[in-house]
Design a protein around this ligand. Structure first.
Ligand SMILES: *Cc1c(COP(=O)(O)O)cnc(C)c1O
Length: 375
């Protein structure tokens, strides 16, 4: 074993901290969250995710486009920002078990944070409807995972029922601590840009994240850190677009499983946020989601799960329709990592699957396939 002081020649105090790492959103923003000295901080180092300039998207739209890459969180989605808060507050209340309904990422996050805290997570997911990566995470992190023979909305109804009538703490985004934690993403954007962007694009499922960004930016305006509120632009999949349609969808259908939600829990809050921010809700087809997914991975270099690409599709659609003034600053939040649900990357535009070319063990042959001429 080496002691930390041996890793640096600059610091001479034995045992001194030699590098400062990001400490997770509760520690970084303790003065702006509802926590106290009595709150045990359960963190896996979430937040502090990169805000990446996307030249390819700027070139396509004439806007200054930045990607907030939330797939870089510990369990691979933005859900960790809310989960650190929800599990920490549950621990403060003495909880021994938490429960959630999930389209996948909430279960992965709840399972990781609960097990880190030494308590149990039970998760309800729609049978056969969640991506393999997410299912694997929840199982690996020791959750009691049950596949319910219904859709996400059924799972959430039951999770709420259980939390009301049994000794188990609900950590879905109807738990206000989740949205509190998630608002920190807006703080990070403002720190990097020095102001709020003109537009903030997000995918919308339960609309908790849309609501959280709006709250984060509103607080930045209130404390004088920004000159404006961004216009909040949210996107739902066309087969699962209750807010756009103005009524709940009983059988939501989209390949973007993370936003396959027919009755959003934060519907009213999201309508208010749209109203206050002069925002917008739009619907995007699955074909356009996959097209945006390809642009993001092949032109920008960022790999996301399908639901996360919808903001990019939304920007391309809105820019094409003339609603994004040239030179506007646009932040698109991409919510989950591509490794969660990687199969879509192999799907080509015509619906067939990519099979990489097979070659013999032969340098000349491989050089010829690669189109390399001998120097
Ligand atoms: C949960 C989730 C969403 C939807 O967020 P809401 O707060 O439910 O609107 C979008 N993308 C990914 C990857 C998610 O995990």
């Amino acid at each position: 074993m080496f002691s930390p002081s041996e890793t640096s020649t600059n610091l001479t105090t034995p045992g001194a901290i030699v590098s400062r790492q990001w400490r997770g959103v509760l520690n970084e923003y303790s003065d702006r969250l509802n926590i106290s000295a009595a709150t045990p901080i359960i963190t896996l180092g979430e937040g502090g995710t990169p805000l990446i300039p996307a030249a390819a998207l700027s070139a396509r739209t004439g806007a200054k486009v930045w990607i907030k890459f939330e797939g870089m969180n510990p369990t691979g989605s933005f859900k960790d920002r809310g989960m650190t808060m929800a599990i920490s507050k549950a621990m403060e209340d003495g909880a021994k078990a938490v429960i959630c309904a999930s389209t996948g990422n909430t279960s992965a996050s709840a399972a990781a944070y609960a097990t880190h805290a030494g308590i149990t997570a039970a998760v309800l997911v729609p049978e056969g409807k969640i991506a393999m990566g997410k299912l694997s995470q929840a199982v690996a992190h020791n959750a009691q995972l049950l596949q319910v023979q219904g859709n996400f909305d059924d799972c959430l109804d039951i999770a709420r029922d259980l939390a009301t009538n049994y000794p188990v703490h609900l950590v879905n985004s109807v738990n206000p601590d989740r949205i509190e934690g998630q608002k920190t993403a807006a703080f990070e954007v403002v720190e990097v840009l020095g102001d709020a962007p003109d537009f903030q694009f997000v995918p919308v499922g339960n609309a908790g994240n849309y609501t959280a960004y709006f709250r984060g930016y509103s607080e930045e305006v209130a404390r004088g850190a920004t000159t404006k509120l961004p216009r909040m632009f949210g996107f739902q999949a066309a087969g699962s677009a209750p807010i756009v349609l103005g009524h709940r969808v009983d059988h939501p259908d989209t390949l973007a499983s993370a936003i396959r939600i027919g009755n959003p829990a934060s519907w009213d809050l999201a309508l208010n946020a749209r109203e206050q921010s002069d925002g917008y809700f739009g619907a995007i087809t699955d074909a356009k989601i996959l097209e945006a997914h390809r642009i993001l991975s092949a032109e920008v270099g960022i790999f996301v799960e399908p639901a996360s690409a919808i903001g990019v599709a939304g920007l391309l659609e809105r820019a094409e329709a003339g609603f994004i003034p040239k030179g506007s600053t646009v932040v698109i939040t991409v919510t989950g990592h591509g490794l969660k649900d990687p199969q879509w990357a192999l799907r080509t535009a015509d619906g067939s699957d990519v099979v990489p070319t097979i070659v013999p063990v032969d340098t000349a042959e491989i050089a010829s396939v690669l189109g390399l001429a001998k120097a």
